[in-house]
Design a protein around this ligand. Sequence first.
Ligand code: ADP
Ligand code: MG
Length: 407
Amino acid sequence: MQFDEFNLNKALQSALRDQGYEETTRVQTQAIAPALEGRDIIGCAPTGTGKTVAYLLPTLQRLLNEPSQRKNPRVLILVPTRELAVQVAGEAEKLARGTAVRVAAVYGGAGIKAQISLLRRGIDIVVATPGRLLDHMRRRNLSFRDLEVLVLDEADRMLDMGFLPDVELIMRRMPRDRQTMLFSATIPAPVAALARDFQRDPVQIEIDMARPPESIQQAIYPVPKHLKTKLIIAMLDQLGVSSMLLFTRTKQEADIVARHLRESSIAVSCIHGDFSQRERTAALEGFRSGKYRVLVATNVAARGLDVEGISHVVNYDVPDEPEDYVHRIGRTARADAEGDAITLVTPDDEPAVHGIEYLLGHKIERRVLPGFDYDVPAPSWARPSVAALLRQIKGKQSAADRWRSMG
Ligand code: ADP
Ligand code: MG
């Protein structure tokens, strides 16, 4: 769904545009409409699925559409950690830029005096960790008598960290007539109980772990690092590629790959963070219309990208996070069309590949491109120095550790 289908406040629309958000994520698609109607929500969705915007957007819309002269907070967002408090408050501020909405983050470990003076000045949205908030409530530094919206973010982590009693205490002291939204990556029994006790007929949303559609053919092509671009060019020749979206890890790499393809007379365009929004739109349009056969993109630029009917998605680099792999290859085979997802893998990438296969729950087929000369030696300048080798070994260990910790 597009964000502009929601009839949002102009300031919010432009903030979304500034952030580069166009299409809603799955949890946003399901949560935003009922939340705008004031319904309670219980949303269960894995990390990285965009839960923050799912609750911030409807909440901000309410604040902007029904302004109030009161100084007391109208919204309370409870989060488990100070890092998350800062992050969520930051996102709220970004989305509320250019409006009069005031946001404060309240968490332990930081000076309480500064927080008090901030709260006294009048705040609309308080993002808080439970312990410090109770502190403020006991000292009567703020009143929640005008509270309209209560959000519990990462409720399962609050449980793990032993905050649930504090959370219950806080919730019991909030006005009854309010909207309550609860978001969590999982819903263990005590969290479900919390929802039962404190929510009214909540809309239940469940998004499971992203899975690539069955219609995508996934393949891994092992290849030495220095032959990656050559292999891509050979694939463009041999694999019946009508359109290819190619991901690199870094902007520099994106530029280099795009340049090499261009030098081989391939119609290619490139998007990453260094390009203006206008340039990115132009590149995307050109790719959609078929003017460019290949679009090279960094991970960041590719989030939420909607380009239908791509025949091939290529991971020029193995994504660092297994979830990113699923996001990337989900770009092809929209609406059940056939699509190919190809991942180039060097020996260094094996630990990361294991992580991906673990997430998918199956192995990905290894293939070789017939007739391609895999034995061309690396040019001497491309042979790694001892320092680079050491770096690689270290990188390998940390990737392997990451994988183990996932299991
Ligand atoms: P969660 O809370 O579910 O773990 P976040 O709310 O932190 O996920 O969002 C994960 C990432 O996705 C963030 O970097 C956020 O900026 C980005 N994001 C959220 N919504 C969208 C969207 N509609 N389009 C593109 N990116 C989005
Ligand atoms: Mg979150």
